[in-house]
Design a protein around this ligand. Structure first.
Ligand SMILES: Cc1cc2nc3c(=O)[nH]c(=O)nc-3n(C[C@H](O)[C@H](O)[C@H](O)COP(=O)(O)OP(=O)(O)OC[C@H]3O[C@@H](n4cnc5c(N)ncnc54)[C@H](O)[C@@H]3O)c2cc1C
Length: 370
């Protein structure tokens, strides 16, 4: 066994938004880091769109925020309507933060910006490199990596599993991923609209008899349609004329979280540690905050605090997104009363409105990365 020296890098497995944030924040804190991804190129899919105010705060130090702001589209309003009749109108510009909007940007672009910033700090994302197995020992960790069909042993101080919901790192560490999956399939489609009655700085949710269809703008004239109908386009929103359809997908919502974010030489972050409904666009933001928090704790030598700090944040998001998703998609007399009458009334009351806006912007979660 090779004795661990301080020069062994941390191995980040996964070059999605969470692994890239971990590597970038570790590098900014002068921690040696090596990052790999099984894929051969960045994913072109738009996937997570919403970037919240705390994430923009968090990425200022690395210079990433400026680039995200330049590339992204600011969503400044939210409207809930039923066949064109507005039930709720929420000005996101009332979010109590200097970033008083939700930044909409395709995940592929967010990843590209993070990858570029990482490369500028001297660290390349090693594509086409797969973690096959790992072991922890008193000197740190040894990973078996596969590249071009060849295996190599890699010694690391510790391994950060940012390898997504099917995480091999998590499985190798023997950490269970308990929770439940919803039976229902949801659909999404990236669309271009040639006719749309709403301004493109507004996220629009339309109540359907059997659920909901939402439109999140990504720029002037285009954005993401998402619905609890399996074919999102079947729920084509009221007043819309769709001129072009881009990426479409279906997904099933699960709610799962690990009981511990760390075991022996392994730390988990992002989807490897928690998955939940995309309602509110919390997932990527939550995972990036895991990564930045872990980087801080490792730099300070306080890594034993990691599970305590991040498990609570993850659990809060699981509970919040489960409640919101079920409320919107399994509507009965009570939820209809709530959405149509009680929510508009409640949101007209200052402190309740402020609290709701903080929730929408992810500002109600603890800041653990500084
Ligand atoms: C269809 C769809 C729509 C979504 N929409 C939203 C949304 O609107 N809002 C939102 O917040 N979230 C959304 N999400 C979720 C969001 O995409 C995830 O929360 C986010 O990608 C998690 O980032 P991550 O870095 O933890 O994992 P991932 O993005 O999954 O990245 C994991 C990386 O690890 C790599 N990897 C895996 N195994 C290995 C291995 N053994 N060796 C090396 N590399 C490995 C993979 O190639 C991958 O690049 C959506 C997801 C999907 C699938």
């Amino acid at each position: 066994m090779k004795p661990m020296s301080n020069t062994d890098p941390y191995l980040v497995v996964g070059g999605g938004p969470v692994g890239l944030t971990a590597a970038l924040e570790m590098s900014r804190r002068d921690l040696p880091v090596h990052i790999i991804d099984d894929d051969f190129a960045p994913s072109p899919e738009s996937r997570a769109l919403a970037i919240h105010a705390p994430t923009l705060d968090m990425l200022e130090a690395s210079g990433v925020t400026e680039r995200l702001l330049e590339a992204g589209h600011q969503v400044r309003n939210m409207v809930v309507h039923e066949k064109g009749r507005v039930i709720l109108s929420i000005p996101l510009s009332d979010i109590p933060h200097r970033y008083n909007f939700i930044l909409s940007l395709a995940q592929s672009q967010t990843e590209q910006i993070l990858t570029d910033a990482l490369a500028e700090s001297g660290i390349q994302l090693n594509y086409g490199t797969r973690l096959k197995s790992l072991s922890c020992h008193s000197a740190g960790a040894t990973a078996t990596l596969v590249r071009d069909g060849k295996q190599q042993q890699f010694d690391a101080r510790a391994i950060i599993g940012a390898d997504g919901s099917r995480s091999l790192v998590r499985k190798q560490a023997g950490i269970s991923f308990n929770g439940e999956s919803e039976p229902q399939q949801f659909g999404l489609a990236d669309i271009t609209l040639s006719d749309w009655p709403w301004p493109f700085d507004t996220a629009v949710a339309e109540l359907l008899d059997d659920g909901i269809v939402g439109f999140i703008p990504m720029g002037e004239g285009f954005g993401r349609l998402v619905s609890n109908r399996e074919q999102a386009l079947d729920a084509s929103p009221h007043g819309a004329r769709i001129s072009k359809v881009g990426w479409t997908s279906t997904f099933r919502v699960s709610y799962r979280q690990v009981e511990t974010y760390q075991r022996d030489c392994v730390y988990l972050a992002g989807d490897a540690a928690h998955i939940h409904s995309p309602a509110g666009g919390m997932g990527m933001n939550l995972g990036m905050a895991d990564a930045a928090t872990l980087a801080r704790l490792l730099a300070e030598g306080n890594q034993d605090q990691y599970t305590k700090l991040r498990h609570a944040a993850g659990q809060a998001v699981l509970n919040q997104t489960r409640g919101n998703t079920r409320g919107m998609t399994r509507r009965g007399v009570l939820t209809n009363l709530m959405i149509r009458h009680l929510a508009p009334l409640a949101l007209s009351i200052g402190p309740i409105r402020r609290r709701a806006l903080k929730g929408l912007a992810g500002l109600d979660l603890p800041i653990t990365w500084r």
